[in-house]
Design a protein around this ligand. Structure first.
Ligand SMILES: [Zn+2]
Ligand SMILES: [Zn+2]
Length: 282
């Protein structure tokens, strides 16, 4: 996210807040998080891709994302700083997240942080034993996700040019291997693209396939459309998950996809009321 885009997101968030579309406390928290992430992103040195075009193509053809954990080459002191700042943001909003347990804050002190970040990156979840109970585990996952975000988005920017869209079309991100949490239909022909939940990379995907379990049976795939025909809720009867999407052919103004996933929390609610769950992280 460049400084300009993050300013634009903050401006639009402000406007949405005035319309009462977002819970004021959530809005305040999200603004703080965005500011922190954007300032860290600007401090992360942009690297040249360490892969040639040919090496990247070979990897993608084998279904391997372009960055492994070691290749991320994280700057641990900067990451630790980001972790502390993100944790502070979560801590200051107990009405949204509950009290942050001391044990969780202490993750930053030990070598535990490296282990936690690596496990989260490779498996998209943390082992139960790491922080005690389910609630703390999900909270720490959310904090690590938010902490790593600027590191992953800047990495993605450097590598995006190496992704040949027509050769990928898999259920996970071609750059970081993450799963998608939002989709869009493009303006040109309404092709469906997925957005990575971790690094915001966009990749082309089948219109009729569940992005979580790979189900392609049309009888067990469906979607709901909102009144304006702008948003869709794709559901899968095989794995009982949903994914939200925006149809850019119907969008009147420029759409910021990162923001859309936050502005459509009411669609998440609808999905869950219909008995579906968000797709699992991977
Ligand atoms: Zn990704
Ligand atoms: Zn499915």
């Amino acid at each position: 996210m460049t400084a300009k885009i993050s300013d634009e997101i903050l401006k639009r968030l402000e406007a949405e807040g005035k319309k009462g579309k977002l819970d004021p406390k959530f809005l305040e928290f999200y603004q703080r998080l965005l500011r922190a992430q954007s300032s860290f992103e600007q401090r992360i040195a942009l690297r040249k891709p360490g892969l040639s075009n040919k090496a990247a193509s070979e990897r993608l053809e084998r279904g391997l994302p372009l960055v492994s954990f070691d290749e991320l080459a994280l700057d641990w002191s900067l990451l630790l700083e980001a972790f502390n700042e993100v944790t502070a943001a979560f801590t200051d909003f107990p009405e949204l997240f509950g009290e942050i347990p001391q044990g969780l804050r202490e993750v930053s002190k030990a070598t535990l942080i490296k282990e936690a970040v690596k496990t989260w990156f490779e498996e998209a979840k943390l082992p139960d034993a790491m922080v005690g109970n389910e609630i703390n585990k999900h909270l720490l996952e959310a904090i690590i996700h938010a902490t790593l975000r600027p590191f992953l988005t800047s990495q993605a920017k450097a590598l995006l040019g190496l992704v040949k869209q027509e050769h990928w079309r898999r259920r996970y991100c071609p750059i970081c291997g993450g799963s998608s949490d939002f989709a869009f239909l493009d303006k040109e022909i309404g092709a469906r693209w997925l957005l990575c939940s971790r690094c915001d990379t966009e990749w082309l995907f089948q219109r009729l396939e569940c992005p979580y379990c790979g189900n392609q049976d049309q009888n067990t795939l469906a979607y709901f459309i909102d009144d304006k025909g702008l948003y869709r809720l794709y559901v899968c009867e095989q794995c009982h998950t949903y994914i939200k999407a925006i149809d850019l052919r119907r969008a009147e103004s420029d759409v910021l996809l990162t923001l859309e996933r936050m502005l459509t929390l009411d669609i998440d609610k609808q999905g869950q009321e219909k008995g579906y769950q968000p797709g699992p992280a991977r």
